[in-house]
Design a protein around this ligand. Structure first.
Ligand SMILES: Nc1ncnc2c1ncn2[C@@H]1O[C@H](COP(=O)(O)OP(=O)(O)OP(=O)(O)O)[C@@H](O)[C@H]1O
Ligand SMILES: [Mg+2]
Length: 260
């Protein structure tokens, strides 16, 4: 199937606040799609509707042909999700937690062990397997959340700000992983409010602003638009252009600082 995700005229309000307005999205299989937009623009709400965690007020959603409202379980089985607010079991070790997730996914933990070990190695978590996650740093928890999203070998990854708290090297590892998975046909939807991050990672970008999609294009096309002085999008681009704090991450993503 060529289309992984399709949203038609989807809207969602929380009381007075209209979080998502008449949103249309068509995301082809196997690409990394960036949902970009400033804080409060509707990125997380859009993702949660794809996962059936939030019910749209109107419009229709299809995930590989399945409506999340009609068959939430089938949709959840296809998706690996990293939420923006992590909820890990603080009193489990990461190893116990991942073993538990294997069981939930119907996988045999001992068969998955080599793959999990590879992830621990890549993310420099080796040696922390038997520590309770309550003592982990934010970045370490984020890495565990990314590993858990990949455990069930999902066809679709929904990653809500997955690089938050990661160091440049780990951010680059996530990027390379997504590129690799994309080659295997896995589709990724990735949210960020930083233009440079979306630019470095995504094949296609949709910019949300006040719940509406105002632009959809490739990163190269978007950069061209951002450079048009006096364009009506100028304010939006200013809000999502990024910050100097993230420069090391962006440099790592675009391959400027591979040395460590
Ligand atoms: N559970 C909720 N109850 C009430 N309002 C909500 C709820 N979730 C989101 N909103 C509102 O909906 C709007 C869109 O929020 P959303 O979290 O989707 O934005 P976002 O683009 O993910 O923002 P951020 O970059 O800060 O994560 C915001 O105005 C937010 O305050
Ligand atoms: Mg959000």
């Amino acid at each position: 199937m060529s289309e992984a995700v399709s949203l038609k005229e989807v809207s969602k309000s929380y009381g007075e606040i209209q979080a998502v307005k008449d949103l249309n999205l068509n995301i082809p299989t196997g690409i990394v799609y960036g949902l970009l937009g400033p804080n409060g623009s509707g990125k997380s709400t859009t993702m949660k509707m794809m996962l059936s965690l939030v019910k749209p007020d109107s419009g229709s959603i299809s995930i590989y042909g399945v409506d999340p409202q009609k068959d939430p379980l089938a949709v959840k089985r296809m998706i690996g999700y990293v939420p923006e607010t992590l909820r890990l079991y603080e009193f489990l070790t990461s190893w116990e937690y991942l073993e538990f997730l294997c069981v939930i996914h119907g996988l045999n933990p001992s068969e998955e062990e080599p793959r999990i070990k590879e992830f621990f190695e890549a993310f420099e978590l080796k040696g922390h397997e038997n520590e309770m996650m309550g003592g982990y740093s934010h970045g370490m928890k984020q890495k565990i959340a990314i590993i858990s999203a990949l455990l069930g070998k999902p066809k679709l990854l929904i990653l809500d700000e997955p690089l938050s708290g990661l160091d440049p090297k780990s951010a680059k590892i996530v990027k390379d992983l997504l590129t690799e998975l994309s080659k295997e046909g896995v589709t990724t939807i990735f949210s960020t409010h930083v233009m440079e991050i979306a630019d470095a990672i995504c094949d296609k970008i949709g910019i949300l602003y006040n719940g509406k999609k105002i632009v959809e294009a490739t990163p190269a096309e978007i950069k061209k638009m951002a450079n048009v002085p006096g364009s009506s999008l100028e304010q939006v681009f200013l809000e999502i252009t990024g910050s100097s704090e993230l420069k090391p991450i962006v440099d790592a993503l675009i391959g400027k600082s591979d040395k460590h």
